[in-house]
Design a binder for this molecule. Structure first.
Ligand code: ZN
Ligand code: ZN
Length: 248
C-alpha cells in the first residue's frame, strides 16, 4: 500500500470510529444500506411500467401522462424509473444531497443501471428497446441550479452520472448547465431566486448524439422535459431519460 493509501485507510478507520456508518433506511449501525432495507426497496417492475413517464403501471393505459413519449410533458423517447420515491429511496436522495453522504452516489447509479438493464428487454413507443448501451453515445444529467450548487458545493447528479457512465462503459457528456440568466445585482429579491433556478442550456456539441439523461427524482417531469427539449433543440438524435425515483 502506498503512503496515500495508508493515510486514507487510517482516515477511513478513524471516521468509522467517530461517525459509524448507519443504514440510510433504518438508521441501524453497520452498513450504508442494510440487507433488510435493500430487500425491501420499492423497485418499479419495468414490464408493467409506462414507457413514457416511468410510473410502475400504465404499460397499457397511463393515468399519469398521455401515455405517448415525445409529447410536451414527457418529450424523451422513453423514461425509466428505478424505484418509487418513498421510504429508503427518498432518504437516499436527501442523504446524498443534504447530508453529503457521497457514498450513496454509486449506490444510486447501481440501482439505475439495474432498472436500465431490465428496461432493455421491453420496447419503447418507437419499437426499439427502452434502453440499449449499444445505441447510447453518452450519459448526461440534469444539472443542479446555481443556487443549489453554491449551497452544497457539489452537483450530486454529476457524481451519480459519473459512476453510472463508468460502470456502463459509456462516455460522460457534461452537456448541460443551469447558469443564472442575468447578473444577480440587477435584480430584486423575488427575481433573484427565479434567476438562480436558471434554465438548462447545452454547452457541448450534442448534434446527432443518442443520449441517456439522468435525474434523481421525477414528479411532473418538468426539469427532465426542459433538459430533453434543450438537447433535442441542439440536434441530439434522441434522449432516453432515467430517474432514480418516481413520485406518483
Ligand atoms: Zn436498514
Ligand atoms: Zn405514463
Amino acid at each position: 500500500m502506498r503512503i496515500g493509501g495508508l493515510v486514507r485507510a487510517a482516515g477511513e478507520g478513524l471516521a468509522e470510529v467517530l461517525w459509524p456508518t448507519r443504514c440510510v433506511g433504518c438508521d441501524q449501525p453497520g452498513e450504508l444500506l442494510c440487507d433488510e432495507c435493500r430487500a425491501r426497496l420499492p423497485w418499479v417492475e419495468q414490464r408493467l411500467a409506462c414507457p413514457a413517464c416511468g410510473v410502475p403501471y400504465g404499460h397499457l393505459t397511463c393515468t399519469e401522462c398521455p401515455g405517448e413519449p415525445g409529447g410536451a410533458a414527457w418529450p424523451a423517447r422513453a423514461t425509466i424509473a428505478a424505484l418509487g420515491f418513498r421510504g429508503t429511496p427518498a432518504r437516499m436522495v436527501t442523504c446524498l444531497k443534504d447530508a453529503h453522504e457521497l457514498r450513496l452516489a454509486p449506490a444510486m447509479a447501481a440501482a439505475m443501471l439495474t432498472a436500465l438493464e431490465e428496461a432493455s428487454a421491453w420496447p419503447a413507443a418507437d419499437g426499439r428497446p427502452r434502453f440499449s448501451p449499444r445505441e447510447t453515445d453518452g450519459v448526461c444529467f440534469v444539472p443542479a441550479t446555481a443556487a443549489a450548487f453554491s449551497r452544497r458545493g457539489f452537483d450530486h447528479m454529476e457524481l451519480v452520472a459519473r459512476s453510472l457512465a463508468g460502470c456502463a462503459g459509456l462516455p460522460l457528456a457534461d452537456a448541460l448547465v443551469r447558469a443564472p440568466a442575468r447578473d444577480q445585482r440587477e435584480l430584486g429579491r423575488e427575481e433573484r431566486s427565479a434567476n438562480l433556478s436558471g434554465t438548462a442550456r447545452v454547452v457541448q456539441d450534442v448534434a446527432g448524439a443518442r443520449l441517456l439523461l439522468l435525474d434523481d427524482v421525477a414528479t411532473t417531469g418538468a426539469s427532465l422535459a426542459e433538459a430533453t427539449r434543450a438537447l433535442l433543440a441542439r440536434g441530439a438524435a434522441s434522449v432516453t431519460a432515467c430517474v432514480f425515483a418516481r413520485v406518483w
